[in-house]
Design a protein. Structure first.
Length: 344
């Protein structure tokens, strides 16, 4: 009897110990369980607040709609709002400079055209950034060719015929652009060199006035514009589309050949867009952005909206985007020097 009385307190104590250990283990597991929506966060808790997506151009144009198509989808992937902010001015260099100087924590990202990022650096030594070293490339997004067009009243129906006319009249044909140093300006100078012709440049204050002049067919005989704008005018019988400046045909205008197809192999010049973070952004945050972008671009509805704008999807690695920037700097620097283009 005395033995049983002695055993009961020991047995009670043992059960109490077991229950205490069980509850402690349960609480430890509960505290270790990841919170909803945070399981994918890398070190540093990115993103910890809404993200600023900088578009270095005013609303409208070609970059802004791409940013707004992607922003909501990227926000869903990242678990924070992605807010598009237009920081326009100086050909895109104001917005680019803002991102180059931002904290390298992943909460500020730039969506820029390759030509805008590169040409402004070549045109302005005081631009405030170096496209090669002041950004962490994330990914190419989309690319689109320009359309080479001529007025309906010009008696040519193909690019080879236009080149033949230009060779017969050196300096007698004129092409328009959105301004000195704009992409259409440099691309047409590249074509001048490739074709061995001398069409003269007429700069306008923006692409709209250039297109109006081209449709009128009085001052200029050649102009470059995006696919949607060119296609609409061609279907209305106001312009004649001659060729695409990209490496392949485009689904929006499947019957339109490329410049390379028409006797100028290797010719290629596109409007491409890419995402850039500030230099020094941790690799795991670059990887997080890269994965989110890949998921967004892989969604059929998103791809459809981008291709409707005339773009081809061009998802890439960060390294490939960095190599693209370096190649474009070398390419357009050579064109600028060869054509003796002065930006002052």
């Amino acid at each position: 009897m005395h033995l049983r009385q002695r055993l009961r307190p020991d047995l009670s104590t043992a059960w109490a110990t077991v229950w205490a250990m069980t509850w402690a283990l349960a609480w430890a597991c509960l505290l270790a369980w990841p919170a909803p929506g945070r399981a994918q966060q890398p070190a540093g808790g990115f993103p910890s607040r809404p993200v600023q997506l900088v578009v270095p151009y005013p609303p409208g144009g070609v970059v802004d709609p791409v940013a707004r198509i992607l922003a909501a989808r990227l926000g869903s992937e990242l678990g924070q709002a992605v807010i598009v902010e237009n920081r326009a001015g100086a050909g895109g260099s104001i917005g680019a400079g803002h991102v180059a100087r931002a904290r390298a924590d992943g909460h500020t990202i730039l969506l820029h055209t390759g030509s805008g990022l590169v040409i402004q650096q070549l045109a302005n030594r005081n631009v405030g950034y170096d496209a090669r070293t002041d950004f962490a490339p994330v990914s190419l997004i989309v690319a689109a060719p320009y359309v080479v067009s001529s007025p309906i009243n010009l008696p040519v129906t193909s690019l080879p015929a236009l080149v033949e006319m230009a060779r017969a009249r050196p300096g007698g044909l004129f092409y328009g652009s959105a301004g000195i140093g704009s992409s259409p300006h440099l691309i047409t100078e590249l074509f001048n060199r490739s074709a061995g012709i001398d069409m003269r440049h007429v700069p306008y204050r923006g692409n709209g006035p250039m297109v109006n002049a081209l449709v009128a067919g009085q001052e200029i005989q050649v102009g470059l514009d995006t696919i949607p704008g060119s296609k609409a005018l061609a279907e209305a019988g106001r312009l004649r589309m001659l060729a695409l400046t990209g490496t392949r045909r485009n689904a929006a205008v499947p019957g339109l050949p490329t410049v390379a197809e028409l006797g100028f192999p290797g010719f290629e010049a596109t409007l491409w867009l890419g995402f850039f973070l500030p230099r020094g952004t941790p690799e795991e945050i670059v990887a997080r952005w890269h994965a989110a972008i890949g998921t967004a671009l892989g969604e059929e509805a998103t791809r459809g909206r981008l291709t409707d704008l005339g773009f081809d999807i061009e998802y890439s690695t960060p390294r490939q985007l960095g190599e693209q920037v370096s190649a474009e700097l070398n390419k357009w620097d050579e064109v600028i020097r060869g054509a003796n283009i002065r930006f002052e």
